[in-house]
Structure formats: structure tokens, C-alpha cells
Design a protein around this ligand. Sequence first.
Ligand SMILES: Nc1nc2c(ncn2[C@@H]2O[C@H](COP(=O)(O)OP(=O)(O)OP(=O)(O)O)[C@@H](O)[C@H]2O)c(=O)[nH]1
Ligand SMILES: [Mg+2]
Ligand SMILES: [Zn+2]
Length: 337
Amino acid sequence: MDQFHALLTASYGRHYLAQRLLEDEHGNSALGKELIQVSTPAKQHIGAVGDRMLLEPTSPDQARIIRIEPRENLLYRSDAFKSKLIASNVDQILLVLATQPAFSPDLLGRAVIAAEANQIDLQILLNKCDLKDHLEHARKIIAPYARMGYPVTEVSAKFDPMSIETLRPTLCGKVSVFVGQSGMGKSSLLNAWVPNAAAITQEYSVRLDTGKHTTTACRYFELPQSWGRANSGKLGALIDSPGFQEFGLAHMSVSELEHAFREFQQYLGKCRFHNCAHLSEPDCVIRDAVDRNEIAPERLALFRQLRSDSKTADTQIQGISQAKERWSALAIKPSKR
Ligand SMILES: Nc1nc2c(ncn2[C@@H]2O[C@H](COP(=O)(O)OP(=O)(O)OP(=O)(O)O)[C@@H](O)[C@H]2O)c(=O)[nH]1
Ligand SMILES: [Mg+2]
Ligand SMILES: [Zn+2]
């Protein structure tokens, strides 16, 4: 049967749904309505929502993966044992924090590093700003990120429609992925922007047979047609992802880490030792910058934590950096490898 191109629009574990990539009468790309079940893929075909794939039909509404097209980027987190793919081919990350329940500053830091490492734009959304009691505290934790130049917007998915409206131009024409802990309001924001999201979610759940565990699936939602297309001809989309309590970045090499700390850039290479771990080495310009309040102490603490977590393990997944550092050639060995 004829092979065809499709977009991976929902994933739940190794179960995927895809929709045909079509062209409308104006030559704009469009998604087929029908959900196609993708049979359990082989190891080399582990997919992420946002992947463009070549499929071969195996029945009227089922197909198998022939190949996954090369990715522009791939957002994922990992622990010592496995990687969890979040989404691919995204234009920006919407990092959702809330006044309540309190968010983890550590996870905020890690998500920012993941965005920076993948060179994906990041928007920080502080949701539930209607709950004033904890607003100041949340602002304080986010402030260093605003100072570093990351855009921060205060919103209320439930009670401030204007705040939702204001962000439309930021979303229009782009594929944005929600990232954040459980309970921050990712799905509520999605529903505020995409009025039929609940119905589509329901359809995905039925076809993926996720039962009650819908929040563990990643799902792709095109932005409403009524928003119009960006100059690029694209509608844009929102990808909802499940909340997480951990954001492992052990797959990042030390050099990748260093370069992902935006405010470290102007200091890199200026420490006395070129492989300085910024721990207790003499003449460390990063530590000096912390002393002068040019780098937030929590950021150096995060760097040290990530550095000690860093693993050099190779990985087979396409798009994941294979970079390794060869420490044997360096003067100072890192504390933990
Ligand atoms: N007060 C207030 N509550 C909100 C707001 N946005 C969301 N909530 C509530 O916060 C709770 C969690 O919202 P969800 O949208 O399910 O959060 P989520 O980030 O999708 O959570 P997971 O799917 O578990 O990752 C729900 O009870 C919402 O009603 C808001 O702007 N203000
Ligand atoms: Mg949700
Ligand atoms: Zn140093």
C-alpha cells in the first residue's frame, strides 16, 4: 500500500497516534482529521510528538513507521536508565509555573537549561496570578531569570482572559510545548487557547486507550483556524505534556552544560584552569562573579549539581547529542564521573 507522510500527534508510552500531513487548496500544510494508530515501533523508531514520519498503512486506520524524518530539535529528559521524549520540532517552550502549589526552583532551573541547550526559545508563564498570597514569593524566585532576559508573563488561565489574549501573538504560527510540574495549569492554559481541546483530548484518549491516565500522554493541538496563519503560512500548535517531578539532564556533557548557562558565557575560558569546575579552584571568575552578585548563587549551585550528575553514556536516539568529553587529557579531573 502507498506510503504517506504523517505527524506524530499523540504518544502514550510506546503507543502513538499520527495524522496525515496534507496540503490545503492554498498550499498550506494541513493535518488530516483521521487518527492513525501506529503499531508498536522498533527501537530505532522511537518517536516524539511533533515527529514527521513516513508511514505505511497496515489497515485502514493503522500504519507502521518506515522512517522518522530528521528532527530540528528534540526535547527530552533522562535519568540514569532511560530517556523520556517530550516533543520534537518545537519552536518554543512554555514553562508553566504557578503561585500555588509552589513550584520547584530546581525544576525551573533545569527546564531553562534544557531549552538553552536545544536552542529553543523559552517563555516563562507564571499562572494562577489570581492567587495573590503566594504571588510575591513566586516572583522572587523567577526574578533572576527575568534579569537574564527570559521573557516572563503573569497569567491566570481561569480568571484573567486578558492575560490569555495578550499572549496570542507569541503563539501564533509556532509550535509551542508546555513543560511544567503537575498542577501548574498547563492543560488549563491549553483549554483557554484551544476551545475544542477537551474534545480532542477525549478522542486521543479513546484511541490510545489511556484510560484515566490521560495526563501521562503528550498531545498535539493545532491552534484555532480563527487566529489566522502567521506570515510563514503556519497555524502553529500547542503540545500538552504530562507534569513531571524530575528533570534529569544527565545526558548533557559538562561543556554543553556550561554553555547552557546563559549568564556564564562572558566568563567562560577566563578561569585560571581551562577545565575549572568552579568548585574551589583558585582564580575562578565564575565564583568571583557570584561574589559580585553578577551570577545568582543558586545558579552556580545548580551548575555544580548538574555537573556532578553528568554522564557520558552514549545513546542511540536520533537527535540526541553524542558529545563526549575526554577528561584524561585535562589537568583537573571532575569530582565525579
Ligand atoms: N486559581 C486558579 N486555579 C487554576 C488556574 N489555572 C488552573 N487552575 C487549577 O489548577 C489545577 C491544575 O490545573 P491543570 O491545568 O490540570 O494542571 P496541569 O499542569 O495540566 O497538571 P498535569 O496535567 O497533572 O501536569 C486545576 O484544578 C485547575 O482548575 C488559575 O489561573 N487560577
Ligand atoms: Mg495537564
Ligand atoms: Zn571557574
